[in-house]
Design a protein around this ligand. Sequence first.
Ligand code: SF4
Length: 307
Amino acid sequence: MPLDSYVNTFNRYLQGRFGERVARISFETGIPCPWGRCVFCDNHAFVPRGAIVPGRRGWESRLIDQKKRMVSRYGAHKYLAYFQSGTSTSGDPRKLGRMYELASKQEDVVGLIVSTRPDYVTEDIVRRIVQSAPSGDFDLWMEIGLQSAHERSLEFLGRGHDAGAYESAIEMIHRAGEGRIKVTAHTIAGIPGETTADAVETARFATRHPAVQGIKIHHLQVYHGTRLADRFEAEPFALPEEDEYIVLLGEMLKVLPPHIVVMRFFTEGPRNRIIAPQWYSNTQELLKKLEEHCKNNTITQGVGRST
Ligand code: SF4
């Protein structure tokens, strides 16, 4: 059975919601992240090249090119405008609102995703995200970087916020967004010093508020040129091997409520930037392994929620 049979994947959600393939097109605000101090961060690795800045010269023709690429690569004719890069709620709220609106109101765009840190969620920005949506059935998401429910891990990662900031942000989105915005929690699994139980606790914590409808789970990668790379080179630390990570993912999936959309399972940075861990499988092979793991161990999303 495909992975969709065991897990509520993003593909499964999009098929159910829109009845066809929907692709994400990367947008950005063009404003650098105001924090810039997460030890693992290499924005070049996380964000696809060619993200579009709405309103900047030539952006509309670049959007047309991107749409053509999505048709030929995925057969997708509908799109989500995805502000993925950096902290996409940092800057002048009025200008940001205009950018969200420009991206949202393009033909065949059926949803908007805005990614940010929890300490950059304001009532004003939440309202502008809601207002940017065209009338009708439009999908609105905010992706909030929690990374871990554990303070010592947040310190290790240099996040500069605590887990309480995540809870406050979700509550703000829920209230000011009038229930229209769905939240995706962005998490990292396999952080040095964390046990399986710690990662499972993060999965539970991240998804316990009703506004949270999705989760992204990433494995920690050490990229060239990051502060984490300096640390790793000075004193290497253990990161899960791919088979260990698959087992860890399985444990996290067990405690996720079945309605939560699992939007990502692995980090997909370019190989030439990665110092560690050096895994041998590509993303498709990893997904296949996860599917096999679920099958062989009778794991379905939420199966272990009472334990
Ligand atoms: S908040 Fe995001 S973009 Fe900014 S430094 Fe941290 S990981 Fe990078």
